[in-house]
Design a protein around this ligand. Structure first.
Ligand code: NAD
Length: 488
């Protein structure tokens, strides 16, 4: 049985009140670990340690030392990639292939930010000859990092790499449903000779996250998760006007025009919606298909869906694992029922698969709801499970208006062979990422984040490092003289 602890001020320790939480396998509901469940009091200790570390010698580290640190972390991720991938699949239910991909992306993220940090240099500004004017980048301070359960270590990496690279200290709080890979990652950190308090792990629930958001000793909170928690973090952050980064949910249209390569579009419609059982913030769950090909397209999907192999993520033939929790399972089924009640047509799925192996665990069939209209709840709200809702559109203008008519703005895709149309749609869609003739790719070099209610700020890319820095104008007068403004 795996047992996890907190990591505060360079020490492994139990929560003050000895709290633990059983971590459950989504595949069979067995208990796979006992995780330390911290309270606000533990979070306060971690914040104080991070504060002391930030105000101490850590501030004097050079960009070369921090770049070397990130590269070293990437090496340790590579060394333990297989172990980490197993833990991620065990805890989230995703297939081992998906988890292995995550681990490769995580190491790449650390290497990308290592390169970026190493290339940092302040700017010297034009100024009178007796003045040295420089623009300096400095760390923000103590960073509270709060991550969700769908991509536990990947989301953590997007925050930890730039935060440490820029010279901050961190307190990370993973979701209390999926702490295992962040815990193992912390064991890797403990192998390094980081000063005490630079990196702290506090596993626990919403109250620990709320303490990070409220604490006057935390200078920045970077949060990935749902809108409900995001809103309370934004409000709490006003206590000291701390910096916030919010990566929230999405309702992401996947728009297929009649002139698209339909073989590719059908295939990617499945990947867009069912990758990690649809528990992806950028999942292309809102399928929009041009009227003239709509019926044929739905027919081709209906033929593919029963062939998707649902199963334990550790089995080689599995294409889709379970959803992560009982709560998520029930919520998704509730959304499907709401859609049917509003008039959507259930083409496939909408239930637990038949068979003894699916009796325990949080299993769902890949689901297709057709004849959805833009006003329905299932076309507006994030479902976050293996469900495609399919809408019909008659013109480019109608598709654009319907796609943009959402409070969210995380990701969208367009399928067409017409480059002019592809360009027009890419420009007019109000989303942080727009793919054309593809779905899901992202790179450490490209920014990630949402328009509108999908969040504030960006992760990855140059801006993903800048978010963890303060800009300072340093002005040094080398030859001060009385200026006489108020006379002698
Ligand atoms: P969640 O909001 O329930 O929890 C996210 C994290 O916040 C967890 O660590 C949780 O313990 C913590 N938390 C909960 N309430 C809090 C509070 N009041 N104050 C501080 N912390 C609090 O989200 P989830 O269910 O874990 O994740 C799913 C959501 O995350 C989906 O909406 C998904 O779209 C979103 N997400 C977005 C991105 C992105 O890049 N935009 C990536 C992954 C997931």
């Amino acid at each position: 049985m795996i047992k996890t602890q907190l990591y505060i001020d360079g020490q492994w320790q139990s929560p003050i009140d000895q709290g633990t939480r059983a971590i459950v396998s989504p595949a069979d509901e067995s208990v796979i670990a006992q995780a330390a469940e911290a309270t606000r009091a533990d979070a306060r200790l971690a914040i104080a340690a991070a504060r002391r570390a930030f105000d101490g010698p850590w501030r004097q580290t050079t960009i070369r030392e921090r770049a070397r640190l990130l590269n070293k972390i990437a090496e340790l991720i590579d060394r333990d990639a297989e172990k980490l991938a197993h833990l991620e699949s065990l805890n989230t239910g995703k297939t081992l292939t998906e988890s292995r991909t995550d681990m490769g992306d995580i190491a790449a993220t650390f290497r990308y930010f290592a390169g970026l940090v190493a290339s940092e240099s302040g700017a010297v500004n034009e100024a009178p000859h007796h003045v040295i004017s420089r623009t300096l980048r400095e760390p923000v301070g103590v960073c509270g990092l709060i991550t969700p359960w769908n991509y536990p270590l990947l989301q953590a990496a997007w925050k930890i790499a730039p935060a440490l690279g820029a010279g901050n200290t961190v307190v990370i709080k993973p979701s209390n449903l999926t702490p295992l890979t962040t815990h193992h990652f912390t064991q890797l950190i403990a192998e390094l000779d980081l000063p005490q308090g630079v990196f702290n792990l506090v596993t626990g629930g919403a109250e620990v996250g709320a303490e990070l958001a409220e604490s006057l000793d935390v200078d920045l909170v970077s949060f990935t998760g749902g809108a409900f928690a995001g809103e309370s973090i934004m409000k709490a952050a006003t206590g000291n006007f701390k910096r916030i980064g919010l990566e929230l949910g999405g309702k992401n249209p996947n728009i297929v025009f009649a002139d698209a390569d339909l073989d590719a579009a059908v295939d990617y419609a499945l990947n867009a919606a069912f990758f990690h059982a649809g528990q992806v913030c950028s999942a292309g769950s809102r399928l929009m298909v041009e009227d003239s090909i709509y019926d044929a397209f739905i027919g081709r999907l209906a033929e593919r869906l029963p062939r998707i192999v649902i199963g334990n993520g550790f089995h080689g033939e599995t294409q889709m694992g379970p959803v992560q929790s009982a709560q998520q399972h029930d919520k998704i089924l509730g959304m499907v029922q709401a859609g049917i009640a509003e008039g959507a047509r259930l083409v496939h799925g909408g239930k637990r698969p038949a068979g003894d192996v699916y009796k325990k665990g949080y299993w769902l069939e890949p689901t297709l709801l057709a004849d959805v209209t833009a006003g329905m709840k299932i076309a507006k709200e994030e479902i976050f499970g293996p469900v495609i809702t399919a809408e019909r559109f008659r013109s480019e203008d109608e598709a654009l208006r319907a796609a943009n008519d959402t409070p969210y703005g995380l990701a969208a895709a367009v399928w067409t062979r017409d480059l002019d149309k592809a360009n027009r749609m890419s420009r007019a869609l109000r989303f942080g990422t727009v793919w054309v003739n593809d779905y899901h790719p992202y790179f450490p070099e490209a920014p990630w984040g949402g328009y509108k209610s999908s969040g504030i700020g960006r992760e990855l890319a140059r801006i993903g490092l800048d978010e963890y820095t303060e800009l300072k104008h340093s002005y040094i007068n080398l030859a001060p003289k009385a200026m006489g403004w108020f006379g002698a």
